[in-house]
Ligand binder design. Structure first.
Ligand code: F6P
Length: 395
């Protein structure tokens, strides 16, 4: 059992400092996402007016309440909506502001409202374009050569595929200000993969929870990793946690899981075999998909409700994918980079592994030498550029 953390909390990230990364997300990326959504479908004038209102609110206005009859209004009240209503989007916790933006965006396009736009994912065209891209074909055909390689090599390739798949985040690509750097520093800033493998020995009856992040070119390698772990007997079952509705542009929903699965099963060669492994694991219950409302909550995982906590508590290992999930795992705080990862994850109810490319200021668990080398090479750009990644594990 994890012990209580004695680490004093660091400041929660807000978006109110001009020039900071969180501020640029609220001031530039959110308006860009509204523009992208307007072009995704031929929305009617009411939807466009609602998007105009959201744009005005999130850039110059204040946080507005959800409609009185919104199905999840009580849930958002419990998550802090009353406390933050009437305040600037820039002055409340950044994690809260971002999450609420996506909830209000779905409100604007009628995602939850009975009518023709109900259930239409405004991000689906971009997710499908990514899944259909030639790069996806190339990544899938690389599996043919991999199946002849020794198993440890396959282990590593599929773990790294899932890790670096996190670079494929469609929201991230909207941001022109954070281009790649040409750093000489190693791409992996922390690597606890040995510990990860030791938690999943090939003889076991392990249960894996995988808290997914993006659809498309991140979800495909996540699914391949699950298929590989099942085939190698490293896990007996897996629970894939996804989002209950579209979120952070490209986060995976159930429709995205089905699209990814179909992409695999209809591909040539080894990819289809992985796809069929997953298909039968879903049909016989070894792979289940869960979309808990808390998956899209504006809160850190320390606040997980009891019914959700029970799942990682019972799992052999939980893999937490991506940058946003990392922020929620360690708390969305500006920790000193050398704060031990094991300390800030003591709240998590079981062994946990973070697989993440670095796309926000939040970081823990670096050794002092690594941090110094990164700063010397790139100042602070390594935190947000998506060019570095980490594998951190707490047993
Ligand atoms: O898809 P990922 O890896 O969770 O990244 C999404 C990222 O988008 C941002 O929120 C900015 O919008 C990042 O800081 C964030 O964590």
């Amino acid at each position: 059992m994890p012990e209580r953390s004695d680490t004093p909390p660091a400041p929660v990230l807000l978006g109110n400092e001009p020039g900071s990364f969180p501020h640029s997300v609220l001031a530039e990326r959110h308006p860009a996402i509204i523009r992208q959504v307007r072009e995704a479908f031929p929305y009617d004038p009411d939807r466009h007016r609602a998007l105009d209102a959201l744009l005005a609110s999130c850039t110059e206005g204040v946080i507005e309440p959800l409609p009185a009859d919104a199905h999840d209004r009580d849930r958002w009240t419990a998550w802090g909506a009353e406390k933050y209503t009437g305040r600037s989007w820039f002055d409340v916790p950044w994690l809260w502001s971002e999450s609420y933006f996506y909830r209000q965006l779905l409100q604007a396009v009628g995602y939850f409202t009975p009518g023709p736009w109900q259930g239409i994912d405004p991000f689906r065209p971009s997710k499908l374009a990514e899944l259909d891209a030639q790069e996806t074909d190339e990544e899938l055909s690389a599996l043919d050569a991999l199946t002849d390689r020794p198993v440890p090599e396959q282990d590593r390739a599929l773990l790294h595929g899932s890790l670096w798949g996190n670079r494929a985040d469609l929201g991230f690509r909207l941001s022109a200000a954070h281009d790649e750097t040409s750093s000489d520093t190693p791409p992996l800033v922390a690597d606890d993969s040995e510990t990860l493998w030791s938690l999943l020995p090939p003889t076991g009856s392990a249960t894996l929870c995988l808290i997914a992040d993006n659809a498309g070119r991140e979800l495909v390698p996540d699914l391949l990793l699950i298929a590989h772990l099942l085939t190698q007997g490293r896990i007996a079952r897996a629970v894939l946690h996804i989002k209950p509705y579209p979120y952070y542009v490209s986060d995976a929903t159930h429709a995205d899981v089905l699209d990814a699965l179909r992409r695999l099963t209809t591909a040539p060669g080894a990819a289809a075999r992985y796809g069929h492994t997953l298909w039968s694991a879903m049909t016989d219950g070894r792979l289940t998909v869960r979309a808990h409302p808390f998956a899209a909550a504006p809160l850190p995982y320390a606040a997980m409700p009891a019914d959700l906590r029970a799942e990682p508590a019972a799992a052999t290992l939980t893999i937490v994918k991506g940058d946003l999930n990392y922020r929620r795992l360690v708390g969305d705080r500006l920790w000193p980079a050398t704060t031990p990862f094991t300390e800030v994850t003591t709240h998590f109810p079981g062994p946990v592994a973070a697989l993440r490319t670095l796309k926000s200021d939040v970081i823990t668990g670096l050794d002092a030498g690594t941090e110094a080398a990164l700063v010397a090479a790139e100042d602070q750009k390594w935190r947000t550029g998506g060019t570095h990644a980490l594998i951190q594990v707490r047993r």
